[in-house]
Design a protein around this ligand. Structure first.
Ligand code: ADP
Ligand code: MG
Length: 596
């Protein structure tokens, strides 16, 4: 394997690399750096996120530019402000021994004047988002007429976000004889078009599979009867109280219909598709960014512009026709270093499509059951308990405390807690009690990594760490295995929610688990582990076999979402979703608080 020394990098860069602690170059770096240093030519490089692409173009660019000149010689275009800043920081680290180097970031949402004055001081390298760059060019605040190197980083993302025209415009202000280096995780037609139109005989480098998806996204699928699709969707939302998601449908009509149904059922949902006016779309996107909308139902085309970083779930309400589209959908989550979940609701007839997606994205799906009503009740309850536990006290209530205290004078703490939580719990419980099991039994089914079939001789636990703490099911499973010193398959059915999770062990490990976590601190706070009432279901035994057979109550339930009691009304002036009839959402369910 090559070392950085062998790639032909100069002393200043090698010293920085050693400070950074990079020991061996990644594959893309090994392939790209020598070519870019030695030759003046265009490059198309395909490699998935996290493979070290920044250094692959950053080191050669730093080595090739003239630091003694103050002319702008390198331009790097990247899709988002976050990436733009990330690249700028990395380049500054890489070039820490290049005396006189000035790298400037240009992006929207910050002062143009400030950025212009930084450029004026003489920036050899400019890292920019296309929108702001175009704007600054048109106002003569930046001069890229003498650049020698241009990089299109995350080209597929930029094109997804509709930057094609901006990029074309920007490149028209650059010299024809510059070199262009294009980096992308996937190679859709649009990227190929860019390569064809703007590059001359580029050398192509591919690392891994072209359509491989990023590793911080886990993939799950849920088998339902076709006609239970919508009920399944609602349960997935209810089982993830802090969900912030894009729900993909295949047609504009379905998109509109599902969004309307969700709104009617009391969810903070919105529709995004091509039949809406630009103005309507902007409004929907604004509410989504503000997290007033938790479930954005979208078509693939309309979702291209979505540049929101902290999407927790992508839900494929229907599978797309093309597998490449699945890669794009799932790539909406797990961005900016966060983990994400891509869920697919499938009818039995589509199950084999999952297999072909697995082959192409080179990731395993975990097959899971749509959560049962009681599981949802528990999740909702624990989520509320956590929220209350973490709530900052608002002292505006102090003045009312006397009368509240008076009212509860004779109530013990325990009873008070029970009553308090019953308000919310009863709402979900009444709604879900006697609801049917939506899980569809399956003959062979894989079980991803989350679960294993168990005899019922296992214990399910609640633990108050979750996605917020940076875990997904795989890393939490590893964490538990390691801290508990359990074997490879001893922790299973790991289900990670936003601020807490569930997992199972064999019953014989129960004592050990509970004893271990009795006094366990993580990041300075106590980790709470308790035995959960529900077993966690994938493969969990008792389940309805027959199609659509309902347990208990035979009337179809679940048409409407559980409603909150009237005394928890939605705060005035904060209503998000006006229904088409011009009145406010038919639901009296208050909007969930914004996530931080
Ligand atoms: P990409 O652009 O392909 O998503 P980045 O360039 O952002 O990946 O790199 C991901 C992370 O890996 C960064 O934190 C970077 O500092 C680190 N990194 C890059 N190259 C190496 C290397 N050769 N050895 C160790 N870490 C590296
Ligand atoms: Mg990158």
């Amino acid at each position: 394997m090559d070392t950085f020394q062998q790639l032909g990098l100069n002393e200043d860069l090698l010293n920085a690399i050693s400070d950074l602690g990079f020991e061996t170059p990644s594959e893309i770096q090994q392939k790209a750096i020598p070519v870019l240093i030695q030759e003046e030519r265009d490059l198309v490089a395909l490699a998935q996120t996290g493979t070290g692409k920044t250094a692959a173009f950053g080191f050669p660019m730093l080595q090739k530019i003239d630091i003694n000149s103050r002319t702008t010689q390198g331009l790097i275009l990247s899709p988002t402000r976050e990436l733009c800043l990330q690249i700028t920081n990395e380049l500054k680290l890489y070039g820490k021994y290049c005396k006189g180097l000035n790298v400037v970031a240009i992006y929207g949402g910050a002062s143009v004047t400030e950025q212009a004055s930084q450029i004026k001081k003489g920036a050899q390298i400019v890292v920019a988002t296309p929108g702001r760059m175009k704007d600054m060019i048109s106002r003569n605040l930046v001069d890229i007429s003498k650049i020698q190197y241009s990089v299109l980083d995350e080209a597929d993302e930029m094109l997804n976000m509709g930057f094609y025209e901006d990029i074309t415009d920007i490149l028209s202000h650059t010299p024809i004889d510059k070199s262009t280096w294009l980096f992308s995780a996937t190679m859709p037609k649009e990227v190929a078009t860019i390569a064809q139109n703007f590059m001359h005989n580029p050398i192509e480098i591919t690392v891994g599979n072209k359509n491989e998806s990023t590793s911080n996204v886990s993939h799950e699928y849920y088998l339902v009867n076709g006609r239970d699709r919508y009920l399944g969707l609602k349960r997935l939302a209810d089982a993830n109280p802090d969900i912030f998601s894009v729900v993909f449908c295949r047609t504009k009509r379905d998109t509109q219909k599902i969004a309307e149904k969700l709104i009617e059922d009391g969810y903070n949902a919105g529709a995004l598709h091509g039949d809406l006016s630009q103005n309507q779309r902007d409004l929907v996107m604004k509410s989504f960014r503000n997290k007033q909308i938790q479930m954005l139902v979208a078509t693939d085309v309309a979702a291209r512009g979505i540049d929101v970083d902290d999407i927790t779930h992508v839900i494929n309400y229907q599978l797309p026709d093309e597998i490449e589209t699945y890669t794009h959908r799932s790539g909406r989550t797990g961005r900016a270093g966060k983990t994400g979940v891509s869920m697919v609701i499938v009818a039995k007839s589509e199950e084999r499509k999952i297999k072909s997606i697995e082959r192409i994205i080179k990731r395993q799906f975990e097959k899971k059951d749509i959560p049962s009503g009681m599981e949802i009740c528990e999740v909702q309850l624990m989520s509320l308990a956590n929220k209350i536990h973490n709530t900052k006290i608002n002292h505006e209530i102090d003045k009312y405390l006397d009368s509240i205290n008076e009212l509860f004078e004779d109530t013990q703490k325990e009873e008070l807690i029970k009553k308090f939580f019953s308000v919310e719990f009863t709402r979900f419980f009444n709604y879900y009690k006697g609801s049917k099991d939506l899980a569809v039994s399956d003959s062979g089914g894989s079980n991803g990594g989350g679960g294993r079939d168990s005899s019922g001789n296992d214990t399910r636990y609640f633990i108050n760490i979750g996605r917020k703490d940076g875990y997904d099911w795989m890393s939490l499973k590893d964490f538990l295995k390691e801290t508990l010193e359990l074997g490879r398959d001893d922790v299973f059915k790991v289900d990670v929610k936003d601020s807490f999770s569930f997992f199972n062990t064999e019953k014989e490990n129960e004592e050990k688990v509970l004893a271990f976590f009795k006094d366990f601190k993580y990041n300075g706070r106590y980790v709470n582990v308790e035995v959960s009432e529900n077993k966690g279901r994938s493969g969990g035994g008792k389940r309805d076999k027959g199609r659509g057979k309902r347990k208990g109550n035979d009337k179809p339930r679940e048409e409407k979402r559980p409603r909150r009691s009237k005394d928890f009304g939605r705060p005035e002036g904060k209503r998000s979703d006006k229904s088409k009839k011009g009145k406010y959402s038919t639901s009296d369910r208050p909007r969930r608080s914004r996530r931080k």
